[in-house]
Design a protein around this ligand. Structure first.
Ligand SMILES: Nc1ncnc2c1ncn2[C@@H]1O[C@H](COP(=O)(O)OP(=O)(O)O)[C@@H](O)[C@H]1O
Ligand SMILES: [Mg+2]
Length: 266
């Protein structure tokens, strides 16, 4: 039997941004693999290049960015796709959860219609009636109680935790292979943070979604589990199972981070 194909395989990714004295390499030779249902936590200080990696995988590099390397989603080579095909992959095969749910939720529309629009855009539902009927189940998948009421609510009517759950529902409603979450719990208090991280665990376990989670927060990395890749200055300096990297870091840099600031990285 052949080895399972990774949900995401990134090889030798480089991203350069234009700078006043020539291109600045924000990401330099990054390799990542995530198996279906697995989690990879990209952990590092602010400015180490985590978001740049996430956006490169989404096919949304910053203005003027130069990207090199290979990015494969299952059998699809994302680097060869044109913008239209990439737009079809985003939302359908890759879900994205930003730090602040207001980044993905439209403040002027109720939650339900936002979900039906995504289902229809990606042709996951055959028609409006079927899309509407699917909404409560999708909200329940994201751990939202009373889905009928929430579907009829505007984002500002929800608590921060429910808003982030609604944003996660939007990201997973088309059944993606990969979910990318960039500092998804930074705006939440500790209790809700734990609940949202548990939700990611359930989505991995029950739906086989691969998770790429970006964070500067050591406690978030611990709670997420899976594997950890530590980034510094655009490179991965250490990678391995979370338990191993976070308790017995092999790299001096990771060890320094752990002893300098127990609990959290900045
Ligand atoms: N659009 C951009 N243009 C120029 N430089 C950028 C841009 N986005 C990020 N950078 C630079 O790239 C580096 C990595 O940034 P980022 O990926 O946002 O790090 P992190 O998410 O780990 O905080 C930083 O030095 C940042 O200033
Ligand atoms: Mg970032």
């Amino acid at each position: 039997m052949s080895a399972p194909r990774p949900a995401l395989a990134v090889e030798d990714l480089t991203v350069g941004y234009p700078g006043p004295e020539g291109p600045v390499r924000a990401v330099d030779g990054v390799c990542l693999h995530i198996e279906p249902g697995d989690a990879l936590v990209l952990l590092g200080e602010s400015g180490s290049g985590k978001t740049t990696v996430a956006r490169a995988v989404l096919g949304l590099p910053g203005r003027g960015a130069r990207t090199g390397g290979r990015i494969r989603l299952g059998d699809t080579d994302l680097r060869t796709l044109d913008e239209r095909s990439l737009a079809r992959v985003r939302g359908r095969r890759i879900g994205y959860v930003p730090q602040d749910p207001t980044g993905s939720l439209d403040p002027l529309r109720r939650i339900g219609p936002q979900l039906t629009e995504v289902l229809l855009r990606h042709r996951v539902a055959p028609g409006r009636r079927a899309a509407r009927a699917a909404v409560p189940g999708i909200l329940a998948t994201a751990g939202i109680p009373d889905p009928e009421r929430i579907a009829g609510s505007y984002p500002h009517e929800l608590s921060g935790g429910l808003r982030q759950r609604a944003a996660i529902a939007l990201a997973v409603c088309c059944g993606p292979d990969l979910l990318i979450a960039d500092e998804p719990t930074t705006a939440l208090d500790a209790l809700v943070r734990g609940q949202v991280l548990d939700l990611f665990g359930a989505l991995r376990g029950e739906h086989g979604i691969a998770l790429l989670l970006v964070t500067h927060d050591l406690s978030v990395a611990r709670r997420t589990g899976g594997r950890v890749a530590v980034m510094r200055d655009g490179r991965i300096v250490e990678t391995g199972p979370a338990g191993q990297v976070l308790s017995r870091p092999g790299h001096a840099f990771t060890a320094g981070l752990l002893t300098a600031r127990p609990g959290e990285l900045r």
